[in-house]
Design a protein around this ligand. Sequence first.
Ligand code: HEC
Length: 128
Amino acid sequence: MLLLIIALAFTTGHAAAQSGKQDYETYCAECHGSDGKGNGPSLQTIPMNPPPSDLTQLAKKNGGKFPFDEVVDTIDGRKNIPSHERLQMPFLGTTLQKPGEEFTPESDAEVKKRIESMARYVESLQRK
Ligand code: HEC
């Protein structure tokens, strides 16, 4: 049992370290591009208006400070006002919930962690 807990703790920690990039590749890169510049492969097939934002410029546009909380909210999607056009963006705060345990505190906490790692990964893509 103890071993299992240790093994689990290790896997979770490891996954958390990796998952920001992995989740970005899975959920964001198709539109925003692996480099974040906004020309992912989906643009070849889906016309997008407005086009996906250049995610490497978020800090620059925000006076040099990466808008971490806003990016988290944007990825989550649940806090966005529907009138603010975001038809193309997935609502990961809902999509990533554990099947069968949606919106339980545990599931919510896990979703929050994944979204925060994605936001941190986006932060690492910033350019001047
Ligand atoms: C299906 C295409 C698509 C996917 C997938 C997608 N986005 Fe977007 N994203 C867009 C488009 C288009 C916009 C600009 C207009 C809008 O809000 O709809 C945008 C806007 C944004 C913005 C706002 C940028 C600004 O200038 O304020 C952020 C931040 C963002 N996306 C991050 C992400 C992240 C992180 C992911 C992955 C979790 C993601 N997006 C997945 C299409 C997409």
